[in-house]
Design a protein around this ligand. Structure first.
Ligand code: CP
Length: 318
């Protein structure tokens, strides 16, 4: 595998999942695969899980790691081709990415959307510039439109916790106080639609009207506007807030009615509760759910190491 920025970058998902299972059982079985190689982690935005899990995964493989908090500690970057750089941008991405590519064998990049200009965000300007200029494989640490390391960890977690052959997986919108990107739900939908096409899950999306995901990500998943109905018979409830795609970047409702509560979980078939974290407790989900035995958020977070290590292994093997 060369880049890892979307499901389409994975040539053989079955092989990647097999690697993930092996990593899960024996995380230290290939301590020399990354010897004398360096992983650069470039953060334009904050992170807890992605930052720590990718370092842990890299160390398990013998990789050296360098971290740059580019959003706060790097030079302000210009992305415009042919720009006359007489403003506040000190360095062009063409030079910065190429230099980082000389220092590192793989570059991980986290870059959130601005949520102002949908076309610009969905063109993935930053990630695409790294792909174009760095000259080394690019690992998405969450981009404007996707979070594939999270989605792979989610898939691993669902496989681990749902013994039924074709679990009903429900992605539910939940309230939040801030406008959040669509990257996690987009990516989750992309991976779950793939699993649904392979007959491995039944995938349903529930959200209030106005929160439809981009058609390329929602795919053919049924959209159920009644959250209670969507929860009926579910084996996995995956909660996440996102801002509107159609009224781009806007919060359309603040209603707590969409919070995940014990009453709603009671409608499911003893569903597991998932969230990628960080989560606003008692806004997105009630304490009584997230602290219950149904909650698998910690396994989900722990599987971020597994997903990253499996992906790095496949990138290192070419
Ligand atoms: N879920 C996730 O990516 O967490 P961080 O933003 O803390 O990395």
């Amino acid at each position: 595998m060369h880049h890892f920025t979307a499901l389409a970058d994975v040539p053989d998902l079955g092989a990647l999942l097999e690697t993930a299972e092996a990593v899960s059982r024996h995380p230290h079985s290939t301590p020399a695969l990354g010897r004398h190689k360096t992983l650069g982690l470039i953060f334009f935005n904050p992170s807890l899980r992605t930052r720590l899990s990718s370092q842990r995964a890299a160390h398990n493989l013998g990789l050296d790691v360098m971290v740059l908090n580019a959003g706060t500690e790097g030079w302000a970057l210009e992305f415009g081709d042919g720009a006359i750089m007489d403003g506040d941008k000190a360095e062009h991405i063409k030079d910065a990415a190429a230099v980082m590519g000389r220092y590192c064998d793989i570059l991980g990049v986290r870059t959130f959307p601005g949520l102002k200009d949908r076309e610009a965000d969905y063109q993935e300007e930053v990630l695409e510039a790294f792909k174009r200029y760095a000259g080394v494989p690019i690992l998405s640490l969450e981009s404007a439109t996707r979070h594939p390391l999270q989605s792979l960890a989610d898939l691993i977690t669902i496989r681990m916790h749902t013994p039924v052959p074709k679990p009903k997986v429900v992605l539910t919108w939940a309230p939040h106080v801030r406008a959040l990107p669509q990257a996690v739900p987009n990516s989750f939908a992309e991976w779950m639609n793939g699993a649904a096409a392979a007959g491995q899950v039944e995938f349903v999306i529930t959200h209030p009207p106005g929160y439809e995901l981009a058609p390329a990500f929602a795919g053919s998943a049924p959209i159920v506007y009644d959250q209670h109905k969507a929860f009926e018979g579910a084996h996995v409830i995956y909660a996440k807030n996102w801002s509107s795609y159609t009224d781009y970047g806007k919060i359309l409702i603040q209603s707590r009615e969409w919070m995940v509560t014990p009453d709603k979980m009671a409608l499911t078939d003893q569903a597991k509760f998932m969230h990628c974290l960080p989560v606003r407790r008692n806004v997105v989900v009630a304490d009584a759910v997230i602290d219950s035995p149904a909650s698998i958020i910690l396994d989900q977070a722990a599987n971020r190491v597994v997903s990253c290590q499996a992906v790095l292994q496949h990138m290192l093997m070419g």
